[in-house]
Design a protein around this ligand. Structure first.
Ligand SMILES: Cc1cc2nc3c(=O)[nH]c(=O)nc-3n(C[C@H](O)[C@H](O)[C@H](O)COP(=O)(O)OP(=O)(O)OC[C@H]3O[C@@H](n4cnc5c(N)ncnc54)[C@H](O)[C@@H]3O)c2cc1C
Length: 328
């Protein structure tokens, strides 16, 4: 990216552009190379301007939230990263109303807290998920086999050319851990949610219980990206959660360099120090293949892969490219 382009990006997001940002220091797996330019917009208008400019200049764009669901290449990424985070995390609620609007950079545990304080019930299950609202809507994330999608009223996003697209819940195509956004090149900007009236104190107690049970179940000592494979309801009924299948095939505790299948929970891969993206990728690919061969079930990865050209792709696809010798 040339200096003129960087100057223009700085004009669009004054004071919120950084160069050569080390993603390894920010991602939840603590893995990743540097990205050339990171811009943190503070309004949907700025997102539109960034996207319009990048499209005009043919600049590859990488959309990031909290980086808690991404395996990032160790190589440098020559792209414009649009990071939705603290600078884009406001919410809008009229006292007594059942709906509440969030900007997509809002931090999910803080969203859960804001809802609890207002007695807006239904999304207590998201209180321990370390990500942004945009990332959660993108994959219809949630816990206890529920997803945020069932509370979405509308989502406003920005397409590649900078146009605003507005969708109601049906148009978002929410399904188990997926949405229309998984296959679109759009930045989720604003999300309106609808909730039920609830007792704030009972909600607080439920959230404490959820956090306590997550603390016991999930590895906390080493960096990780949460569940590696999706647990879909059909396979859950037949086999149980993915961790059980992985354990049955003997992968619990398996290591590749500093990457290790967590000895506590087999659907988590931890970074015990200096794990490389390729090592995690190989573990994921081999586990998936072995479960398919041994138990006849093809698990779908939940985490996605960020390539050095800025593209985010399905991790199974990235693994195939890696095996074929591609420099990712
Ligand atoms: C310890 C731990 C526990 C976890 N537990 C859970 C859990 O219980 N349930 C669950 O569902 N997930 C869980 N996760 C995974 C993760 O936290 C969620 O998927 C989260 O919603 C990802 O949000 P993010 O902002 O970090 O997205 P990122 O990881 O930054 O990005 C993930 C994907 O979303 C896209 N994206 C992000 N923001 C936007 C946006 N504004 N517009 C368009 N696309 C966007 C990115 O391009 C990327 O494709 C866990 C992760 C960890 C580390």
């Amino acid at each position: 990216m040339d200096r003129a382009a960087i100057t223009q990006i700085k004009t669009i997001c004054p004071g919120r552009v950084s160069l050569d940002v080390d993603l390894g220091a920010m991602s939840w797996w603590e893995i990743g190379g540097k990205v050339r330019v990171m811009a943190c917009p503070a309004s949907i208008k700025e997102v539109q301007q960034l996207r319009y400019f990048a499209a005009q200049q043919n600049i590859p764009t990488l959309i990031l939230g909290g980086m808690s669901n991404l395996l990032i290449t160790d190589r440098s990424i020559d792209a414009l990263c649009i990071r939705l985070g603290n600078s884009f995390a406001d919410f809008d609620h009229r006292p007594g109303a059942a709906t509440i609007g969030f900007q997509s950079g809002a931090w999910v545990p803080m969203v859960a807290r804001a809802l609890q304080q207002r007695g807006l019930s239904g999304l207590e299950h998201i209180c321990g998920i370390p990500g942004t609202v945009g990332g959660l809507v993108m994959m219809n994330g949630g816990s206890m086999r529920r997803g945020i999608g069932s509370h979405v009223v509308t989502v406003k996003s920005v397409d590649r050319l900078g146009n605003i697209v507005s969708r109601n819940r049906e148009e978002c195509d929410f399904a188990y851990r997926s949405s229309v956004f998984s296959g679109q090149d759009e930045v989720i900007g604003e999300v309106d949610l609808k909730l039920e009236p609830g007792d704030s104190e009972a909600m607080r107690r439920e959230m404490i219980d959820i956090l306590r049970s997550r603390r016991l179940k999930f590895p906390r000592k080493f960096p990780n990206c949460g569940s590696v494979f999706k647990s879909n309801p059909a396979s859950y009924a037949k086999f149980g959660p993915p961790g059980v299948l992985i354990e049955r095939m003997g992968w619990k505790g398996a290591e590749r360099g500093d990457a290790q299948v967590s000895p506590l929970h087999a659907n988590f891969i931890i970074n015990r120090g200096r794990a490389k993206a390729a090592e995690i990728l190989e573990l994921i690919g081999e586990i998936r293949q072995s479960v398919e061969e041994g138990l006849g079930h093809r698990m779908e990865p939940e985490v996605r892969f960020v390539r050095s050209d800025g593209r985010i792709e399905d991790i199974a696809q990235a693994y195939r490219a890696h095996l074929a010798g591609a420099e990712l």
